[in-house]
Design a protein around this ligand. Structure first.
Ligand code: GLN
Length: 456
């Protein structure tokens, strides 16, 4: 993996930081010593993992893709990272991302642009583009990303890998740099459902450092990856699958529609009962998401005040300290979000924007609940298009936001969703991957993983 990482990295730029070969190999050497001494090995012993750069690591920088945190080394590990280390994983580096997770292409990184391994002139998706590209190019076995509005699922789709967005509260957010706290969740990438599920299980569970983390047990999905369920003729007999009508209409690339339709036929062959469901509030999710995510981020990002983090500046008075630090440190998309969020929260506008968006959020949650009462899972594309050219939407924020239509509703409802490759569309030198999104009820990751494993 290390050799491949070093060879491919100059073309991909998926990592913002990798330790020296010697430091990485030392982690492997320690595992070797354990074997020699007959000490037990953890369930992830020797598994090569990459970590998105907004997840804190005490032995590597954690910039969240921002100049403001350029030399920031957290004094602690995120809970997810601590669990990986305890279980024997080898962490090979920190991956590139849109600054603070705000973006859908990874072009919003303050440092570099990551390429899509399927076609180097295209974006890998975002904001966890580095983590998706790294798995896709086999620079690592699995990786961690974060998903506030689709940042694990859309890059998984663009890069042809598996991506899991867990239920809100399933994985501790302790040590995840906050974007929109009511939506943020750490998610997983892998090249198979089994790999992704094992990583998910390793990082999940209650954490006293995150008051929103759930106390529910997390069932170990490993045994169902070993079972030979898929050898019987209709392994998913009777499973009710609802295809979300609003996600396969105008404005969605026909190649995406036909790949998702073929995924649905495949599920039918496996024994599922397919029906169409309508989520009338679907289109409202996008504006509601952008108001809520921007509002929460405008509050969360106020901690970057030039005092607590980053390079120390000096100024005669406090306001000019803030102004200098923020004007030079934040990128343009982050500034746009802070301005939109501050506006939406202002006295006089609050009822019209923030409060209304919260009302839409309640409607979205209810419509998912109704649809999932009648179905085990729901199906949609993970993105309305395949990976597009670098630069194509960079200067058109509204076009970029519109690309999040398939994913943001799931965050508003806090539900788990699994994205897996379901076809190829024309474009690029070898075709471009299309991802299909399977949405489950809250805390139903085990079911999603089982279905995904049989499906692939
Ligand atoms: N593209 C979306 C945004 O910019 C989602 C990002 C994310 O999930 N972190 O807000």
């Amino acid at each position: 993996f290390l050799r491949r990482l070093r060879r491919t990295e100059p073309h991909l730029k998926s990592f913002l930081y990798t330790p020296s070969d010697q430091t990485i190999l030392q982690q492997a050497q320690e595992l070797d010593n354990r074997i020699q001494n007959n000490e037990p090995l953890g369930p992830l012993a020797g598994v090569v993992v990459a970590v998105k750069d907004n997840i804190c690591t005490c032995d590597m920088p954690s910039t969240a893709g921002s100049r403001l945190l350029e030399n920031y080394r957290p004094p602690f590990d995120a809970t997810a990272v601590r669990k990986l280390k305890e279980k024997g994983a080898i962490i090979v580096g920190k991956t590139n991302m849109d600054e603070f997770g705000m973006g859908s292409t990874t072009e919003g990184s303050a440092f570099q642009v990551t390429a899509n391994p399927w076609d180097l002139s295209r974006v890998p998706g975002g904001s966890s583009g580095g983590s998706a590209a790294a798995v896709s190019a086999r620079q690592c076995v699995v990786s961690l990303g974060s998903d506030t509005g689709g940042s694990v699922r859309q890059p998984a789709s663009f890069c042809g890998v598996v991506g899991l967005k867990p239920t809100y509260g399933r994985v501790s957010r302790y040590g995840l740099v906050a974007y929109a706290s009511s939506l943020d969740v750490i998610g997983c990438f892998g090249s198979s459902v089994a790999d992704t599920g094992i990583l998910f299980h390793a990082i999940s569970g209650h954490d006293k450092f995150d008051a929103t983390s759930s106390k529910r047990d997390v069932p170990d999905p490993t045994s169902q990856f070993i079972a030979n369920d898929y050898l019987v003729s209709k392994p998913l007999k009777g499973l009710r699958v609802g295809v979300i009508r609003e996600t396969l209409q105008d404005g969605v690339d026909p190649a995406v529609v036909s790949s998702v339709n073929s995924a649905t036929s495949h599920l039918e062959d496996l024994g599922c009962v397919i029906s169409e469901v309508s989520l009338p509030s679907f289109a409202l999710g996008l504006p509601a998401y952008y108001i809520l995510a921007s509002s929460e981020s405008s509050s969360n990002l106020s901690r970057y005040d030039g005092v607590r983090y980053g390079k120390q500046l000096f100024a005669d008075e406090l306001n000019s300290l803030y102004r200098n630090f923020r004007a030079n440190g934040f990128g343009s998309e982050v500034k746009r979000r802070i301005l939109m969020g501050t506006y939406a929260l202002s006295a006089g506008y609050y009822d019209a924007y923030y409060k209304r968006a919260q009302q839409v959020r309640t409607i979205v949650q209810k419509s998912f609940r109704d649809a999932l009462d009648r179905n085990d899972i729901l199906i949609s594309p993970a993105a309305p298009s395949v990976a597009y050219e670098i630069g194509e939407k960079k200067d058109d924020p509204l076009a970029m936001y519109a690309g999040d239509i398939m994913t943001v509703n799931v965050n508003l409802a806090g539900l788990p969703a699994l994205v897996l490759p379901c076809g190829f569309a024309n474009g690029g030198s070898s075709g471009l991957p299309v991802g299909c999104q399977m949405i489950g009820g809250a805390f139903d990751e085990e079911k999603l993983l089982k279905i995904g494993h049989i499906f692939e």
